[in-house]
Design a protein around this ligand. Structure first.
Ligand code: TYD
Length: 140
């Protein structure tokens, strides 16, 4: 199975009450990995395209905790899928070795990201031709 087929939407438990909303994301419970890294992206405008890379090892869960954005994933073989991130209580799981692009950020977008690994620049593939070469050679 190509890794793009492992991309999935995840709905998180909502524990809100009359005082407001509370959403729970527990590593290895609500998402399929232990959380090693958290980062968030804001201040990106509609015309910006972020990402444009694949990761050899890192897996991610992306949640727009405020505002909206879109994520496009590609398998390098012609298949692609677009996901709208528009709810603070649901996110998208991205396995390793999928090409991803984040775009169409609303002005109020805060895109929260959980990762299964610490940051290692060398496990990022930022060149699409190199990505194609690696998935082809690995038979992914
Ligand atoms: P980058 O990967 O280009 O962001 P995006 O995937 O949203 O396009 O990262 C932007 C900068 O931040 C770059 O200099 C690398 C750095 N960075 C870290 O130092 N640690 C991290 O965990 C991440 C994701 C990025």
């Amino acid at each position: 199975m190509h890794n793009i087929n492992k991309v999935k939407k995840i709905d998180f438990p909502q524990k809100g009450d009359e005082r407001g909303h509370l959403v729970v994301v527990e590593g290895e419970v609500d998402i399929p990995f232990e959380i090693k890294r958290v980062f968030y992206i804001y201040g990106s405008t509609m015309d910006v395209i972020r990402g444009q890379h694949a990761n050899r090892r890192s897996e991610f869960v992306l949640i727009n905790v405020a505002g909206t954005s879109k994520v496009k994933v590609k398998d390098g073989e012609g298949s692609e899928a677009v996901f709208c991130l528009d709810q603070p209580h649901s996110g998208i799981y991205l396995p390793s070795m999928v090409w991803k692009e984040m775009y169409d950020f609303s002005v109020d977008s805060v895109l929260l990201v959980f990762a299964n690994a610490h940051y290692e620049p060398d496990e990022y593939i930022r060149n699409y031709d190199e990505y194609i070469k690696e998935i082809t050679s690995q038979g992914i």
